[in-house]
Ligand binder design. Structure first.
Ligand SMILES: Nc1ncnc2c1ncn2[C@@H]1O[C@H](COP(=O)(O)OP(=O)(O)OP(=O)(O)O)[C@@H](O)[C@H]1O
Ligand SMILES: [Mg+2]
Length: 353
């Protein structure tokens, strides 16, 4: 996967422009608040149709404008493709090779990128939704039926939660539970299989990053288990009174989480800041490997300000990967002895040196 160019219009502080990118390592260098992160965000938008930073699409539209446009030209397996995404009147539209896609999520699976910024430490530190998102974004790129199930699951769950707040709704709730049953089974199985695969891939990566000192283990935790999955409807029924009191559904996949362990100890509770960062790096490198086999080539790696956070050893290990793929990296200063193409970012303008 290779980005040829990125066009932006009214995207945050970026001036209207088209930026041509090169093979290999592209380094975007500039002072603070010039538009480096914004450039990566604009690129990532083409991967899943959403920002890696915010859920509020309107935030990305340049101040005092009403719409934005992002135009990505990329090459994959020798074929050139374009993705155009615009946000107008709070409405998002996506075009693949000039043809409007029926649903925004249809864009998923066309352009692959992996985004890595210091905020990704949230994968460890913040709530379970960050970890579910990590799993879901990869699975959705691999498997269209997973994406469809996930969307239906979220819709049904929202409807069920709304019903719980209404009087005399038990019978209707039961109808929703029946539709949740089969979707829950499928999503659970896929998440479980995915985490098994993630373990196989991340273990050697993490071991290499830590020179054999740390063994990483990733545990999928869910209220659903192989043993109780056949009793799903019964569990839902047992929880109904509680759910009505709470006003939301307390049992199910919406509570899924991942637990990371290093040498059998919980990373969230016991690992140092540096160890946590290394776990995130292992997860991101694993994401690259998984998506590589999915897309038939490495996705584009977007590294926002992460080199300064890694020690020399980790940096070197990460840079070894960079030889095999296109990478767009941001920094305020670049002093590494690497083959790269330099871009200066200043006042929302990105210029190749
Ligand atoms: N909707 C918007 N319209 C206009 N400007 C915006 C909008 N959203 C954010 N900005 C501005 O864009 C500027 C650049 O942000 P960006 O995060 O890309 O900086 P950066 O170059 O990555 O800086 P740093 O090195 O500090 O990470 C910021 O000054 C921010 O205030
Ligand atoms: Mg930044």
């Amino acid at each position: 996967m290779k980005i040829l160019s990125l066009g932006v219009k009214n995207f945050r502080n970026l001036q209207t422009q088209t930026i041509d990118f090169c093979d290999g390592l592209n380094v975007l260098c500039g002072k603070n608040a010039q538009g480096k992160t914004n450039t990566l965000e604009a690129i990532y938008l083409s991967t899943i149709g959403k920002s890696p930073k915010t859920r509020k699409d309107g935030e990305m539209i340049a101040f005092s404008h009403g719409h934005l446009e992002v135009f990505l030209k990329f090459e994959h397996l020798g074929i050139e493709k374009t993705i155009k995404l615009d946000i107008k009147h709070k409405q998002k539209s996506v075009f693949l090779n000039g043809v409007k896609l029926k649903k925004l999520s249809d864009v998923i699976g066309n352009f692959g990128s992996v985004y890595f910024s210091p905020e990704e430490l949230n994968l460890i530190k913040a709530g379970p939704s960050h970890r579910r998102r990590f799993v879901d974004i990869i699975l959705c790129q691999q498997d269209k039926s997973y994406l469809k199930d996930l969307q239906t699951f979220q819709k049904i769950l929202a409807q069920r939660n709304a019903l719980l707040k209404q009087e005399n709704s038990k019978q209707q709730v039961f109808v929703w539970d029946k539709s949740l049953e089969s979707i829950t089974k499928r999503i659970y199985q896929k998440r479980k299989t995915f985490v098994e695969k993630l373990n196989i891939i991340s273990k050697p990566i993490h071991s290499e990053l830590t020179e054999g000192k740390e063994e990483l283990e990733i545990i999928y935790t869910s209220q659903i288990t192989d043993e109780n999955i056949s009793n799903f409807l019964e569990e839902m029924k047992n929880n109904l009174e509680k759910d009505i009191l709470l006003g939301y559904t307390s049992y199910g996949l919406q509570n899924d989480d991942l637990v990371f362990k290093i040498n059998k100890k919980d990373v969230k509770k016991h690992a140092s800041q540096g160890q946590q960062r290394t776990v995130v790096l292992s997860l991101k490198l694993s994401e690259l490997e998984i998506l590589k086999s999915e897309y038939g080539g490495y996705p584009v790696l977007l590294l926002d300000d992460v080199l300064s956070e890694l020690d020399e050893n980790r940096r070197e290990k990460l840079c070894k990967y960079l030889n095999n793929m296109q990478c767009i990296l941001t920094c305020t200063e670049f002093d590494m002895n690497l083959n790269h193409h330099l871009y200066l970012v200043d006042g929302g303008v990105v210029v190749k040196k």
